[in-house]
Design a protein around this ligand. Structure first.
Ligand code: GLY
Length: 420
């Protein structure tokens, strides 16, 4: 049965465009605020941070469910404000969103509830952090700033001396410094729908994807918001069990014990170490570009899933995945991304690609003459869903370039989902 609800998606990235596309595929009526150059959804000229106007719009609609794409509005407490008005919304309250918006709170929560995590120490001044580094318990470490940093604020020093320089130069006194043991292994992004409210707590596992964060092939170059992804990641039954029992179950149990309300997506950023998955960080939302590859794998109606989640009645059988299918997504980024992306280049070939290739738009703008131009750093995610990674990779890369989608200065990785 198709969902009866209407939806408002908040954000302007490819993740939000993919959410709109997925809901529309099942004939739902979908609004997006503010959106981008994509024609999907009914666009509302309201910024993602203008909670007052978003609430005004939501109150004007019957049976509307609001879905928050980016972390900023969640950290600012948009869910609490919608709830105060009895409006339906997917996401954690401001306090529960601290799992993502404070790196330290996320780690302390994992420690308290025995969820696999890296060992860590926090400091509120540079002198004690530098003293700690005189005899650190780890050979290699990670340094983190505490708040939301849009993918920045994490440092991977190659020596203790470099770590000392980072602390001296990148932090102000009084700022929280988190030092964390450095772990090794492939990273993975695991997603679940979670419900913690009114004394009830459960999760329904969705799937696991792999993101490629560095700009260049071979995982070199600067960190980015993500240059591509594939899903699902194959997991051993032992690792799957750890993700379910020791990560998602313990997280919802912990949230309940802390009396926190969280009805939404939970994204555990994992390191798949030799001894099993460890949570590097929580995200209180869907990932980008992971969303663009996980939503096309969903057999079930996302609208129905979210309605049931909000009602607290979602069951594992409501989240059916297209068995045997894999999705590969490649991000096309602008010239000079991530430092200082050049805007205003015409995007060509988007209407001439095979109909089974999915394209989600991020930094794009459509002008009066219907010309689509670049208007940000990450521009598009191009996705193919096939029976194997090799077929999906072949199709997706054939859709990119001079015979397919292209624009001046376009950057993309040629090794997304490539086996080593
Ligand atoms: N792809 C990582 C993130 O969305 O945070």
């Amino acid at each position: 049965m198709t969902s009866e609800a209407k939806f408002l998606v908040i954000g302007n990235g490819a993740r939000e465009d993919a959410i709109v596309q997925t809901l529309q595929n099942k004939n739902a009526e979908v609004f997006i605020a503010p959106g981008n150059g994509s024609r999907r959804g009914i666009h509302l000229p309201i910024s993602a941070s203008n909670t007052e106007e978003l609430i005004k719009f939501a109150k004007s609609q019957e049976n509307l469910i609001t879905i928050i794409g980016p972390e900023g509005p969640l950290a600012d407490g948009i869910v609490d404000k919608f709830r105060d008005e009895d409006l339906k919304i997917v996401g954690p309250t401001k306090e529960a969103a601290l799992l993502e918006s404070s790196k330290l709170k996320g780690l302390e929560f994992m420690e308290k509830y025995d969820i696999p995590h890296p060992t860590f120490q926090s400091f509120d001044n540079k002198a004690t952090a530098l003293k700690f580094l005189e005899s650190p318990p780890w050979e290699k470490l990670v340094i983190k700033e505490d708040g939301l940093k849009a993918g920045k604020g994490v440092y991977l020093p190659s020596s203790i001396e470099e770590a000392r320089e980072i602390i001296k130069n990148k932090f102000q006194d009084g700022e929280t410094i988190v030092l964390q043991e450095r772990l090794y292994g492939p990273e993975a992004s695991s997603f679940a729908f979670i419900y913690v409210k009114d004394g009830k707590a459960f999760y329904v596992y969705f799937t696991t994807a792999q993101d490629h964060k560095r700009l260049k092939d071979g995982d070199v170059g600067p960190n980015t918001g993500g240059m591509g992804a594939y899903a699902p990641v194959e997991l051993s039954s032992e690792n799957m069990q750890i993700i379910k029992d020791n990560i998602f179950q313990k997280t919802v149990d912990g949230l309940l014990k802390e009396n926190l309300e969280y009805v939404g997506f939970l994204f555990a950023g994992l390191m798949m170490t030799n001894t099993g998955p460890v949570v590097l960080e929580y995200n209180a939302r869907l990932g980008d570009p992971e969303t663009q590859v996980i939503l096309p794998l969903l057999e079930s109606d996302l609208g129905n899933i979210l309605e049931k989640l909000i009602n607290g009645t979602l069951k594992p059988e409501d989240v059916q995945i297209r068995r045997g299918k894999v999705a590969v997504g490649v991000v096309l980024a602008a010239e000079n991304y991530p430092e200082n992306p050049i805007k205003g280049d015409v995007i060509e070939g988007i209407d001439n690609i095979p109909s089974d290739i999915l394209v989600s738009q991020a930094g794009t703008k459509m002008d009066q003459e219907e010309t689509l131009t670049t208007d940000g750093g990450r521009i598009l995610t191009v996705v193919s869903v096939e029976d194997s990674i090799d077929e999906a990779r072949k199709n997706v890369y054939e859709a990119i370039g001079h015979k397919g989608i292209h624009f001046r200065g376009m950057q993309y990785r040629a090794d997304i989902a490539k086996k080593n």
